[in-house]
Design a protein around this ligand. Sequence first.
Ligand code: ATP
Length: 331
Amino acid sequence: GYCTKARSLGLFPAIKPVGPRYRWARMESTNRQQWRKDKGKMVVIMGVTGSGKSRLSIDLATRFPAEVINSDKMQVYKGLDITTNKMPMHERLGVPHHLLGVVDSSYGEFSPSDYRLFGASVISSICARRRLPLVVGGSNSFIYALLSDRFNPDSDGLNSVSADLRYNCCFLWVDVSLTVLYEYLSQRVDDMLAAGMVEELAEFYDPEAESDPKRDQVGIRKAIGVPEFDRYFRKFPPGGHFRSTDIERDGARRELFEEAVKAIKDNTNQLAKRQLKKIMRLRSAGWDLRRLDATEAFRAVLASDTGKSSEIWEEELLGPSVKIVNRFLEE
Ligand code: ATP
């Protein structure tokens, strides 16, 4: 049941129910009216991997009383913080984040149905605190599972989507031209490597998975980086003695390493492309996504002009988003 699952996920402290009747009785009548009006209102930030959703979420959460609910299906798990690109604590600026790094890999697969169940519970606890839920992440199957009015766990992916939602949502879609994004993503992978991605994956490496290929297909083991580096670690196990005098082996090692890095970059680009298709599918099904174009901001980043990039970001992303959210909250 829900309680056993929640306990095994360590979710209890975060989503402990807070007596709604008691709060209701204590509320001023004008507040009650506002409460009724805002009930079920939330903001959803969509966009492909690397598009800047997290940045926008912190920008908004520091201007509105919001709490973030992660909707990246790899970031719900504990571990592999660099590989899955979890936002480090110091960048969250004190904004509470939910369903981020909470699921233990022993839990198995955290399914869209699980996400729907726990997400709903987190949303009601955020609403009970009279704060704004901010759903942020690139896994569109999770977003769909959470928001759709009638979710069928047996339906295959996003093949038949409906526009009937169980919450009152304001959708912000951070869009970046794919060609510009690919260049940025390649740099991001290099940055992740420099930040210790290989060391993180080495610690995570499970030689047993070799004899059981299915192990690779569960939960966080699906994260881009894990299967790609498996081949490398199989040949050059972490901690194994490496003789740098062995030139031939060194060459083979470097080749296999570069192959893994290239596979990670290719697969990240493929992921972005697939995610974009899913966003378009939701949009054509009638989801009212407000598109914000981050392409120029990314071009400036690639040209190492961070000052200009911040300026464009404020003008084209942040300013319009704040306006949209304000209008939505006033409705
Ligand atoms: P799908 O139905 O294809 O899983 P989805 O919308 O549910 O799509 P996506 O976020 O597009 O979820 O993730 C698809 C796959 O991309 C994941 O199973 C994983 O392999 C990889 N992936 C997604 N997010 C990350 C991440 N943060 N880090 C590493 N790999 C990721």
